[in-house]
Design a protein around this ligand. Sequence first.
Ligand code: THU
Length: 132
Amino acid sequence: MKGSDAHDLIAAAREVRRHARAEFSNFKVGAALETADGTIVTGCNVENATYGLTVCAERVAMFSAIAAGHRTFRRIAIVCEPHEPTPPCGACRQILWEFAGDIEVILASLRRETGRHQLADLLPQPFDKRNL
Ligand code: THU
């Protein structure tokens, strides 16, 4: 998928959100990551009874993309139900930054887009391999 129209990317995030395992929080999230060649890789949040082993939708999408051999990314769409913008958690910002760099982060609810940000604005002064 090319260009700035994120319709297909948001639709993919809405679709994968249906698979979320969020029995504990009831907060379902879907994420769709667009690779440099236009491939869309998706992920949903997966919770479990210990709570602490929960993995967010964004990290499931990123780790799936890495496992499929993708190395460069353009943007990510993140969908949850609230109509207020719901930006990614700190852990996901870190992982997205380290593996995707300054990508566009598109936020949406089930009905509409709620915000667009550059990841660098969401994670100022990041820690990454340049600090090692
Ligand atoms: N969650 C995500 O999937 N992505 C985020 O960036 C924020 C939080 C999930 C984790 C947990 O399953 C639920 O939302 C409530 O925190």
